[in-house]
Design a protein around this ligand. Structure first.
Ligand code: COA
Length: 259
């Protein structure tokens, strides 16, 4: 059975399902390989406009790296796993399409690191987010400390890292990580509502705005504002930019063609 199941929920909306529920979707090496292939496919397919990541089984999104693999690993294998995770998570963050992460239950360790690479997080009321690697005598290795720091600041990040505290859905909402918290049985509908909204954003504009947020975060503000205007001026000159303006004034839906 596939460890990763890609399906199209609706035209333009690709879901990538982590499908190892008996191990709370822990990120084994074969699962990571399938995950990367599914990401590559979604990134390359022009018909895919928005991607949803979700975990099977209802108990977890992803409960982190496969700790059983850690036990048997040689140091070189451990390092290779970590370098690979970092590379795949960086790739995920750079996909120029809106990435929605839907978290039912646990998103721990690498699972939370994946969520932090996504753009819009929808959590079920039961969601618990954490980076508990310190309990294993380790620390996150896929960018988790740094992405969490930038997302919520040092003190909120310290609570997860140094107390091993799991963040509730309510707290994630208060800290601005979660876009929405929904009852478990409202998740399917919430995903589609957000994904359909993403489909209304011109794809070139979405890709550029993702890059602006990512690159702007670590740039000085004047540099970042200049980057923003460069992007806007370029988008204005695209066929889609003109189509969006025309469609608004003609009171019709735009037809974006990624040109
Ligand atoms: N790696 C490997 N296996 C994992 C796993 C992980 N990260 N997380 C859960 N599992 C496995 C369990 O070993 C168990 O397998 P088993 O039934 O063969 O014994 C199964 O998934 C169910 O998990 P279990 O621990 O029995 O569920 P629980 O409800 O008691 O606890 C958690 C849930 C998430 C709190 C607990 O599984 C946990 O702490 N997982 C590890 C989280 C972590 O440290 N992640 C970072 C890794 S670097």
């Amino acid at each position: 059975m596939a460890l990763i199941e890609p399906t199209d929920l609706l035209p333009g909306i690709r879901q990538i399902l982590f499908n190892r529920p008996e191990k709370l979707n822990a990120l084994s090496t074969p699962l990571m390989r399938e995950f990367e292939a599914a990401l590559d496919d979604a990134a390359a397919d022009p018909d895919v406009r928005v991607v949803v990541l979700r975990g099977a089984g209802g108990r977890a999104f992803v409960a982190g790296a496969d700790i059983a693999e850690y036990q048997g690993n040689k140091r070189a294998e451990f390092i290779a796993y970590q370098l690979n995770s970092r590379r795949v998570f960086d790739k995920l963050e750079r996909i120029g399409k809106p990435m929605i992460c839907a978290v039912d239950g646990f998103a721990l360790g690498g699972g939370f690191e994946i969520a932090l690479c996504c753009d819009i997080l929808i959590l079920s009321e039961s969601a618990q987010l954490g980076l508990p690697e310190g309990r294993l005598g380790l620390c996150p290795g896929g960018g988790g400390t740094q992405r969490l720091l930038r997302a919520v600041g040092r003190h909120a990040a310290s609570d997860l890292l140094l107390a091993g505290w799991r963040m509730s859905a309510e707290r994630a909402l208060a800290l601005g990580i979660a876009a929405e918290v929904v009852p478990a049985d409202g998740m399917d509908e919430a995903i589609l509502r957000r994904a359909r909204a993403c489909l209304k954003i011109a794809p070139l504009a979405a890709a550029e705005m993702k890059r602006l947020l990512r690159e702007g975060q670590d740039a000085g503000i004047e540099t970042a504002k200049s980057l923003e205007q460069e992007v806007l001026f370029r988008l204005y000159s695209t066929a889609d930019g003109q189509e969006g303006i025309d469609a608004f004034l003609e009171k019709r839906d735009p037809r974006f063609r990624m040109e």
